[in-house]
Design a protein around this ligand. Structure first.
Ligand code: PLP
Length: 458
């Protein structure tokens, strides 16, 4: 007789110093109490489902996928949450594919309300929180750090959700003006955009330290909207599966997925899908000039450098938090090894792997000047405009069939686009924000200042 608990999917911490939890608890915590990241205790095998799943619509696929993980939410409730999460997307395919030529396709992930791929997970997460609050009667305080797009997507996903107060840290002056407007011009009273002096890494580090204070976390019902939250990674898995099915049937297994990368959340989702049995050929980790992951995949050395602000600000990250999830699998689920590597990296900013297994990954780096020339040449060759993040996906395209993930709509970055192609790209949903007042708060990027601000405003 299987034990009753085995019917439920369990989630464990990469650091393995806390007991396993259910899906809803993993989502509510965000970061595990031992500072690790939650992962499924065992990855399900998707192969037996693929034939049937290949015929489903995006939202039906999403439901079938999440039923394997969210085993503590009744099916009907889960279905309802998912139905409501993709209604604000402006393309019926949700994640359509555009063909530039036979071997070069683009997966457009910018059809959500804030025009970046973050909407796929944050619309869903907002509805999950709402469900959670309804079930438990306990309010939630969201604390997030953003390199530009997470903040806008989180705020939009949580807008009007009763019982949720959002605090979003971002590096002042280092995100694009329209990204800032999407966050600071919402006129919502339960949203606090916190501008800090420093980089995204400073914001993310301070945020993680606040999470490690369990007493405070309990006191305010703290939850994480960053891609340390497993719900985000799982929601992103769905568009990899959907995209795989939309590739030309005979060629499905020959396409490389090229992923503009910062915190390693997006590409990790794709890799997990591959580990679960979807035969994706491989992934290219496309970085901007903040190339810690490119250097890692080239040399096996994980070495932190200063963040250098770039034209692709949402990828201006050196310490990629989701790397810890990949690391867990790369060291054969040895949590002691994960703890030792992370702690050495944290204290020295450096780790040299003897042997770094990464068969499925290649990598590239794109400088700012290349970003501009790529936007121009893609426009001239294909009459198609890519945003500066997506441009990084085109720097190392050769004849390998490639599917480039377009992570944001070009209208979010009008200055760079205009400099590159000499014309403006507009999007109606952004025009709205241009005339509204900016409301933001200045806070020191220290755990104590952040906690004090949160207490004062809850
Ligand atoms: C967040 C973001 C990225 C980086 O994604 P990660 O999951 O952090 O690797 C790339 N492009 C855009 C437009 C983004 O908003």
């Amino acid at each position: 007789m299987p034990r009753a608990s085995q019917r439920f999917m369990e989630f464990i911490s990469t650091r393995n110093q806390v007991p396993p939890v259910s899906f809803r608890t993993a989502v509510a915590h965000g970061l595990a109490p031992d500072g690790g990241l939650y992962i499924p205790s065992k990855l399900p095998d998707l192969k037996p489902h693929l034939e049937q799943w290949s015929r489903l619509s995006y939202t039906e696929l999403c439901k079938s996928f999440f039923e394997l993980f969210a085993t503590d939410i009744p099916k009907a409730d889960l279905g309802d949450i998912i139905d409501r999460s993709y209604i604000h997307f402006d393309d019926p395919a949700i994640a359509p594919i555009k063909k530039l030529n036979e071997n070069l396709l683009v997966l457009e992930l910018f059809h959500g309300p804030t025009l970046a791929f973050k909407d796929f997970a944050l619309q869903f997460l907002g509805n999950l929180y709402e469900y959670q609050i309804k079930e438990t009667g306990q309010n939630i305080s969201v604390l997030g750090a953003t390199s530009g797009d997470t903040g806008a997507a989180a705020i939009h996903g949580l807008l009007g959700k009763k019982g949720v107060t959002s605090f979003i840290l971002y590096p002042d002056g280092r995100i694009a003006p329209l990204q800032e407007r999407q966050m600071t011009c919402t006129e919502a009273s339960n949203v606090f955009p916190l501008a800090i002096e420093g980089s995204f890494d400073d914001a993310q580090t301070a945020m993680k330290t606040v999470f490690e204070d369990r007493e405070f976390a309990e006191e305010v019902g703290l939850s994480a909207v960053n891609s340390i939250n497993l719900a985000r990674i799982l929601a992103q898995c769905v568009y990899y599966i959907s995209a795989f099915f939309r590739l030309p049937k005979e060629q499905r297994e020959s396409f490389i997925f090229v992923v503009p990368t910062g915190n390693f959340g997006n590409v990790l989702a794709g890799w997990m899908v591959q580990q679960m049995g979807v035969p994706i050929k491989g992934f290219q980790v496309a970085t901007n000039q903040n190339d810690i992951l490119h250097r890692l995949f080239q040399s096996g050395t994980y070495a932190q450098e200063q963040v250098a602000p770039s034209l692709a600000p949402s990828m201006d990250i050196q310490v990629a938090s989701n790397f810890e999830r990949f690391l867990y699998y790369a060291v054969n689920s040895d949590s002691a090894e994960v703890r030792s590597i992370i702690s050495q990296f944290k204290s020295t900013g450096n780790y040299v792997f003897d042997q770094f297994k990464h068969e499925s990954f290649s990598s590239s780096r794109t400088s700012d000047s290349e970003i501009k020339s790529i936007i121009k040449s893609i426009y001239e060759t294909y009459d198609y405009v890519v945003d500066p993040h997506t441009a990084c996906g085109f720097s190392d395209i050769n004849n390998t069939p490639s599917l480039v993930l377009a992570t944001a709509h070009p209208a979010k970055f009008p200055d760079t686009i205009e400099a590159a192609i000499g014309k403006e790209i507009l999007h109606p949903s952004l025009e709205l924000f241009k005339s509204k007042p900016i409301v933001k708060y200045h806070v020191d990027p220290t755990p104590s200042a952040i906690k004090e601000f949160m207490r004062a405003n809850l």
